[in-house]
Structures are given as structure tokens and as C-alpha cells.
Design a protein around this ligand. Sequence first.
Ligand code: PXG
Length: 298
Amino acid sequence: MSSKVYINGALVPVADAKVSVFDHGLLYGDGVFEGIRVYGAKVFLLNEHVRRLYESARAIFLEIPITPQEMVDAVEETIAANQIGDGYVRLVVTRGAGTLGLDIRKTSNPQVIVIADTITLYPREIYEQGMKLITASTIRNHPGAVNPRIKSLNYLNNILAKIEGTNAGCVEALMLNHKGEVAECTGDNIFVIKDEVIVTPPTDAGILEGITRNVVMRLADDAGFVVVEQPMTRHDIYTADECFLTGTAAEVIPVVSLDGRPIGSGTPGPITLELLDLFQTLKEQGGFDNGDIDDDDE
Ligand code: PXG
């Protein structure tokens, strides 16, 4: 089976899926993207990802040339054409080709790309034994610059932090915000548990509002846990009972140390494991019955 990439309305062989060297996506990281999981040939939380893509685009004055419903259809078509059972979908919308200058009025034809592929996951041992983290010296983007809530193609800041993690032997790295508070990791949101209260930084800490984060907050709330969004410092992680990360690729992954300090018992915590279980069940069900993550009966 040869894989096909969706580009601007057509499904083409990978070798024919090309963009211009004048595309602002390439020249300036000018564009937006999403990463989505496919479980059992069903796209998980597709509407939430499509909604965030359009919100990111709106924030950077990028008009996506197709409707959200057409985007949903493009994703479904692409995973069907590639016979993806369990995998990963990458949505990319670039600004399109322009001149060698920043002026977006000189650009045209935003490129809409859907790639369906397999996914590289964190090694299984990390789920069992827990992840070790270090704090990167590279801080998260200041929200007054490119707001971290925008999932833009400009990920160099996070890549630099990820390199620091890799160099220290860690698969993820913690990023602080401009105030020195905990923001998130390079591609995952962070939670701690202290005295059975589940705590995560608020969106205005300068983070991506992760879809997995929101799902886990809802699952925890439905299971009767107290969940709070509160500014945190590293001290709150060093002294937490448990810690875990959430993300499309990671799902829910236990964290057992930060900067060499063991967190809690230094092994994956019981509430983390309970949330991991709840997440597995949600995956098997294909999402929440009543659609949106935020729909709550109360
Ligand atoms: N924070 C950042 C900075 C991210 O990029 C998350 C949190 C988690 O969000 P979701 O919505 O996935 O729960 C992300 C997501 C990949 C990949 O290929 C994933 C992300 C970024 C870049 C690549 O898995 N992140």
C-alpha cells in the first residue's frame, strides 16, 4: 500500500505532496498545526482538534480556505485512503507562498495538508516505571509574543528545550514561563497531585490548552476528584505526592522525578494510574457520549 497525503483537496502519493520554497510555513514557521490520534480506525476527539486549529489560525490572521466540516471530511478521507487502524494524523495549514518578506498581503493559497501515519510513542518502560524530567533553561514563549495557546508551526523554542532534555537523558523537559512558574513540557501538559487534589497550571500561565489535559480534567472531575487550575512553581512538583503529563502522543504518563528529586514515592502514583485507566476506557468508548469535553450536566 502506498501512502497518500491530502493536499489542497487532493489525495496524492507522498512524493507528489509538495509545497513551494517560498511558502511562509517554511520561511517563517508561519502557519498552524494539529496532531490527532486514530484508535480502531476512529479519529479521537476530531472536533476538538479541528476547533483548536481554526482558533489558532484566527489568532494569526490566517484564513483557512475550507470549512471545519470540510476539514473533518478531509481527515476521514485521508485515514480511510491509508487504511489507518491505529495511528496519527497531522493537520498543517501554512500561510502559502509569498515573497522573501514578512508581508502576508503578498502571500496566497494557504496550503492545507493532512498526513496520516503511524506514531512513535514513548517507550513502554516509561509508562511502567515513570518518566524522569529536568527543567529546561529555555522558557516557554512569553504570552505577549506568540501566545503558547496558538499551536503554530513555530516550535523552535520547544525544540531547544527538548534538546536540553535529550542531552540530559530525558525524553521530556519541563518549561517555566516568563515569571518562573511551571508552564508545561515541550509537547505535554503537566499535573501534580497533592493531598488527593489534582492541580495543573491555568491557561494564562502561558501553555497550550491541551485537549488531553481538558479530557483528563473532565474524567477526574466526573470520578469525584477535586481538580484546580492554579499557578505552580517547581517547589510544588518537588513536594507533590504524584505527577503526570498529558498529551495526544503520551496520553497519560507518570512522572517520577524532576531535576533529580524523586516525586512522592518515586514510582507511578495510584491516582495517576486510576486516571490512566479512565483514559483507556474513554479511548475504547471513542470519546464522551455527549460530544464536547466541556459539556457538563451540572
Ligand atoms: N503542550 C504543547 C506545547 C504541545 O505541543 C501539548 C501540550 C498537549 O496537547 P494535546 O492537545 O495533544 O493534549 C502539546 C501537543 C506530536 C506532537 O507529534 C505533539 C505536540 C506537539 C508537537 C508534536 O506528538 N503536542
